[in-house]
Design a protein. Structure first.
Length: 379
């Protein structure tokens, strides 16, 4: 029996999915799948962990009340490695589009979670919709895709680029600042509030083709600002490697050193980073130690500063900017000659790899080489 959802609402479709699982001898919805379905069922609404647990209690016929309260602790959002317990069709969707769960903290310091209506629909379409082999597949063309590609790209640009502003991300809410005013002078400036990021990016949930066309536009054309290395680490981790590699313009204050190593490592994965602005103060005391900003930690070399070894892996950065009001000379001299080096072309990389392999083979042959001794037969 095929599952046809063409005229059903998202909630009706989820009820059918759960009912089908309940009727089977073995209930096979994992914790992670229940969380995704709970958020999709209440799309565009913010849920607490207790409300997600209530959905599990009502629909799984498996969880007890106490267990359901802690269900989200093992969820996909909290532990992304849990993706391995999901069916392959859902894994493929998440690897393509990223984890569609968004979070924020309300005025009572309660964490809330949500999934947009577009993401909910796309999740069900890609992961749960099955058709009978005898039923021909109906091809439904998105009206947006009927527009010429050049015009579509202009639409993406107008919708997704916040022209003239920096996006302060990695915080509870999305704010923007005038890009003409440097980040170190914008604290006295009133920030403009933006809709939640999941609403800004709702266009990406239309379908796979729109996602592939529009997603790079948002991350390549906007200027992203982070208050510290911790907020940058969290943001870059949550958006995933596919989106990280498109970021071109980043501003960050080098505070929260405990997260600096992980944050810099994720930033170094960007293949297209062109401008990096650092708010950092690094001093070199008479004893030969380096200190960073207000941290009390001392480092004997710059490479020991968390994140600096990862930063050195960046290449092709066209602009490296520092706060002129802070002492940054040693950091500038350390990073600029390396990260502003043009990236080698793909052909040059291949030739370099071949040379290294050939050199390694010659070295191994030389090390393994033994003098050849000719032995003549007697008689």
């Amino acid at each position: 029996m095929s599952e046809s959802y063409s005229e059903d609402t998202v909630q009706t479709r989820i009820k059918k999915i759960v009912k089908k699982r309940q009727s089977s001898q073995r209930f096979n919805l994992s914790d992670e799948e229940l969380v995704l379905l709970a958020l999709a069922y209440s799309s565009d609404q913010w849920l607490t962990t207790a409300q997600i647990g209530e959905f599990a209690l009502e629909n799984s016929l498996f969880y007890q009340k106490q267990a359901a309260q802690f269900l989200f602790g093992a969820s996909l959002y909290a532990t992304p490695r849990g993706i391995g317990s999901l069916p392959s069709r859902i894994q493929n969707y998440l690897r393509t589009y990223g984890i569609p769960v968004h979070s924020r903290v309300d005025d009572n310091n309660t964490k809330l979670y949500s999934m947009t209506g577009g993401a909910s629909y796309a999740l069900l379409e890609e992961s749960y919709k099955k058709r009978s082999k005898t039923t021909p597949k109906k091809l439904v063309t998105c009206p947006l895709l009927k527009i010429p590609t050049e015009i579509r790209m202009k639409i993406y640009h107008l919708v997704l680029k916040v022209a003239g502003f920096r996006l302060l991300v990695g915080t509870q809410s999305l704010s923007v600042y005038d890009d003409k005013i440097p980040s170190w002078e914008s604290r006295s400036q009133d920030a403009l509030r933006m809709p939640p990021l999941n609403e800004v990016l709702a266009l990406l949930s239309v379908n796979k083709q729109v996602y592939n066309e529009a997603m790079p536009e948002f991350y390549q054309k906007n200027h992203f600002q982070f208050r510290d290395m911790g907020s940058m680490k969290n943001f870059l981790h949550n958006i995933g490697p596919e989106r990280r590699k498109h970021m071109r313009n980043v501003t960050v204050s080098y505070d929260n050193l405990s997260a600096a190593a992980a944050g810099a490592r994720l930033l170094a994965e960007s293949d297209t980073l062109q401008k990096l602005t650092l708010t950092i103060s690094a001093t070199h005391d008479p004893a030969g130690h380096f200190t960073v900003n207000s941290s009390r930690r001392r480092f004997s070399t710059l490479t020991q500063i968390p994140g600096f070894s990862s930063m050195k892996r960046l290449r092709g950065v066209q602009e490296l900017v520092f706060n002129p009001g802070l002492e940054h000379g040693v950091v500038d001299a350390f990073l600029r000659p390396i990260i502003t080096t043009p990236k080698p072309s793909k052909l040059a990389k291949k030739k370099s790899i071949k040379r290294k392999r050939k050199h390694g083979e010659l070295m191994s042959n030389d090390e393994a080489g033994q003098p050849v001794v000719k032995v003549s037969k007697i008689g």
